[in-house]
Design a protein around this ligand. Sequence first.
Ligand code: NAD
Length: 257
Amino acid sequence: MGRVDGKQVFITGGAQGLGACFAQMLAAEGAKVFVTDVNAAGAEETAAEINAKFPGVASSCHHDVTSRDDWKTALKSAADFMGGISVLINNAGIGGWGNIETETDENWRRTMEIDVDSIFYGTQLAMPYLIKSQPSSIINISSVAGMLADANMLSYNTAKAAVWMMSKSIALHCARSGYDIRSNSVHPVFTRTPIIDPLIQFGGGGDEGEKKLVRQIPLKRLGEPEDVGYCVLYLASDESRYVTASEFKIDGGITAQ
Ligand SMILES: NC(=O)c1ccc[n+]([C@@H]2O[C@H](COP(=O)([O-])OP(=O)(O)OC[C@H]3O[C@@H](n4cnc5c(N)ncnc54)[C@H](O)[C@@H]3O)[C@@H](O)[C@H]2O)c1
C-alpha cells in the first residue's frame, strides 16, 4: 500500500525543481499525477520519467497558470486522465529582486500574477472537482519569504505572504461549507532548484555563493527538493486528515532566529 494510493494529483510548475520532485515522490507512493507547466516539454519529460517507472500513472499538458482559459482546459484534461482531482498543488512560481525604490510596475504585476492570482483562479476553478473527489487537499507552495522580509524582495515577500493567508481563508470556507477539503501552505527556505541560481550568483557564484546562503540557516545546508516533498506527501495523504489552515516551515530552523 502506498501512502497516497488512489489520489488524483494536479501539480503546476512540474517541469523541473520542486514540482517535478513532488510528482515523482507522489507517483512512487501510489498516486496518479497530472503535471503542468508553461514549459510543456519539461512537463512532458517529468511525466515520461514517471511512466518509465510506473506505466500509465502520469500525464502532462501546457499550462500558463495566469490564464483562466488554460486552467479550465488543464483541469478538464487532468480529470479525464485521472478520473477526478483530489489533490491540487499550486507550486508554479517565480522569484524576483527589487526594493521599494527600484521595483518596477512590470515586475510587481508579473510576480503577483504568477505567484498569487494563479492560485485564486486555479483553486476557484478546481473546487467542483475537489468537491466531487473528497476527501481532498489543496497544497499551496508559499515560502519563508512570506514570513521573513528582505529589503530586496518587495514583490516576492508580498506575494508569498498573500499565499499564506489565502490558504487559510480557503480552508475556513471549506470547513464552514462542510466539505472534507483541507487547505494548507508550505514554506521552504533556500532549496536546491534553479530558482535560487540568481541568489547564488549574487553571493559570488558557486560554493562561495552557496556558503553565503547557508550561513543564515541553523542546520547549515540548503534544503533538498525531497525535504519539501515529504511534507507535500503528508499533506496529500489522509495522514493529515485533521490538518487544515496550517503552515509548514521546511526551513532548517531559519524562522526561529
Ligand atoms: N527553491 C527554493 O528555494 C524555494 C523556496 C521557497 C519557495 N519556493 C517556491 O517553490 C515553488 C517552486 O519553485 P522551484 O524552486 O521548483 O523553482 P523552479 O524555477 O525550478 O520551478 C518553477 C516552475 O514554475 C514554472 N512556471 C513559471 N511561471 C509559470 C506560469 N506562468 N505558468 C506555469 N508554470 C510556470 C517554471 O516553468 C518552472 O518549471 C515556487 O512557488 C517557489 O516560489 C522555492
